[in-house]
Design a protein around this ligand. Structure first.
Ligand SMILES: *[C@@H]1O[C@H](CO)[C@@H](O)[C@H](O)[C@H]1NC(C)=O
Ligand SMILES: *[C@@H]1O[C@H](CO)[C@@H](O)[C@H](O)[C@H]1NC(C)=O
Ligand SMILES: *[C@@H]1O[C@H](CO)[C@@H](O)[C@H](O)[C@H]1NC(C)=O
Ligand SMILES: *[C@@H]1O[C@H](CO)[C@@H](O)[C@H](O)[C@H]1NC(C)=O
Length: 362
């Protein structure tokens, strides 16, 4: 009696069903890469009430629905999927990011997948991208993808973005480039890309550092060989089991007449273990705020990172008081994650200053 491969496979699956089986959609095509899609929610998984609705819509599709909406996906990769959450990215936090990290990390280590795609709301997509970039040690590509228009809108951008992300995550050309943000035909590095427009489809920009490549007519075209940005470094968080193990860091925003007590309250009452300042210009804080900052650092041995409220550019060491830490090119939301990872790793203020300094030229 002869069994076909698929019969043997189902017997194997039945025998091993006590083990966690990765969900796969179709029969495996050995010539194609295997890409796993991790669904977190967001506009890409949303439905509006009419075809013109592009605001005020609800998250409602699962990663399974998304795959069904793009049948050509099965031509570019063997697909697996896992739903991590199904919420807007404004409500994501380490409670979701830690399991997301551990799943991708273990799937890479087990050698079962060639690339990862994370479907995500666009609001905080750059934060998850930066976090995964700094904490997953692998040459395999991770593509973050979202949409600005819900699935029900005319010219919804989600299906094409998802198709491109799966293609890029499955390509050997994408190896060694870390976590990427792949939307709107552009391939960009998690390190510097940021959401620039609250509404427009073309919102992710890396104006100063530039893009890594372009998706054009089903071709993946990179401009440079694989490389990691200055400032990239790996933090091992494989032992983290609970979100509360990641130290609290609070971001304060600069404005005329800033109340310096905000910094005191963040530390004393909210228990911040570090602060990131979205300062004006190249990271300036107010004169009275500086007196408070220096006192806080003296009293609590607290790292304070000076970043900027300006959308682009660098906060250099020269512009920051000697007790502070300059964020370089990192915006406040990315500087916060880097500072949290440094604090989790037990780095001193001087070590943290060195970590940030590598982001402006090694
Ligand atoms: C496997 O994928 C390749 C590349 O897309 C395609 O040419 C081939 O027909 C597929 N094989 C099967 C059995 O579907
Ligand atoms: C993170 O999200 C979870 C689940 O949505 C929520 O219970 C928790 O309070 C949130 N944590 C923080 C720090 O916001
Ligand atoms: C993987 O994700 C699932 C779904 O969120 C979660 O239940 C599981 O604990 C995660 N695995 C790890 C190792 O964190
Ligand atoms: C993780 O925990 C194990 C066991 O306690 C320990 O040997 C290892 O050094 C820890 N790794 C990190 C990066 O903290």
């Amino acid at each position: 009696m002869r069994f076909s491969t698929s019969v043997l496979l189902s017997i194997f699956v039945a025998l091993t069903s006590a083990l966690p089986i990765i969900e796969a959609r179709d029969e495996t095509n050995a010539t194609l890469p295997t890409v796993k899609i991790y669904g977190t929610g967001g506009t890409i998984a949303s439905k509006g009430s009419t075809a013109a609705t592009t605001a005020g819509y609800q998250v409602g599709l699962t990663v399974d629905d998304l795959i069904d909406a793009v049948p050509s996906l099965s031509d570019v990769a063997n697909l697996e999927y896992l739903q991590i959450s199904n919420i807007g990215s404004n409500s994501l936090n380490y409670t979701h990011l830690i399991p997301l990290h551990h799943n991708i990390s273990q799937d890479f280590e087990n050698g079962l997948i060639d690339g990862a795609v994370v479907t995500h709301g666009t609001d905080t997509l750059e934060e998850t991208a930066f976090f995964l970039d700094m904490t997953i040690k692998s040459e395999k590509p991770i593509c973050m993808v979202g949409a600005m228009r819900p699935s029900t809108a005319t010219s919804a951008d989600g299906p094409m973005n998802l198709y491109q992300a799966v293609s890029i995550a499955g390509s050997s050309k994408s190896e060694g480039r870390g976590t990427m943000i792949t939307m709107n035909d552009r391939i960009a590095s998690a390190m510097y890309t940021t959401k620039m427009n609250a509404n427009s489809v073309d919102t992710f920009k890396a104006d100063e550092q530039g893009y890594l490549g372009h998706f054009f007519n089903d071709n993946i075209e990179f401009y440079y060989p694989p490389a990691r940005a200055y400032g990239y470094q790996y933090f091992d968080i494989s032992n983290v089991t609970d979100a509360s193990e990641i130290p609290e860091v609070i971001i304060l925003y600069s404005y005329q007449g800033l109340n310096p007590e905000l910094a005191v309250q963040a530390v004393k009452e909210l228990g911040a273990k570090g602060l990131v300042l979205a300062g004006s210009g190249a990271g300036s804080w107010t004169n009275s705020g500086e007196i408070t900052n220096e006192e806080l650092i003296d009293k609590y041995d607290l790292p304070i990172v000076y970043s900027r409220r300006t959308p682009d550019g660098s906060v250099p060491t020269d512009d920051v008081p000697s007790y502070g830490i300059a964020s370089g090119y990192l915006n406040p939301q990315k500087a916060r994650i880097l500072l949290q990872l440094c604090l989790y790793s037990g780095y001193s203020i001087d070590q943290i200053r060195e970590v940030f300094a590598t982001s402006y030229g090694g």
